[in-house]
Design a protein around this ligand. Sequence first.
Ligand code: SF4
Length: 82
Amino acid sequence: MHPYTQALLKSIPKIGSKEELYSIDGSVPSLFDLPKGCYFAPRCPYASALCRESDSPEFLVDEKHMVRCWLYKDSAVLAGNG
Ligand code: SF4
């Protein structure tokens, strides 16, 4: 569900395919100069002002899965509440 995971899955080569491989725009941030907010925000096509300001908490999307992305703040339950 996370945009970075979605992008990674799109970049897996398919045997026999001649399609150009998908690549994520931009560069991986330096560990010594991490961006404020979500570390993926500078490269994420869905990034909002909230993403650039604050890292997302974990949201429960079902009984066994969480996603750490602001896209799900209105459709999932905040994790860690008991
Ligand atoms: S929190 Fe925002 S920038 Fe980070 S992956 Fe989700 S939508 Fe993209």
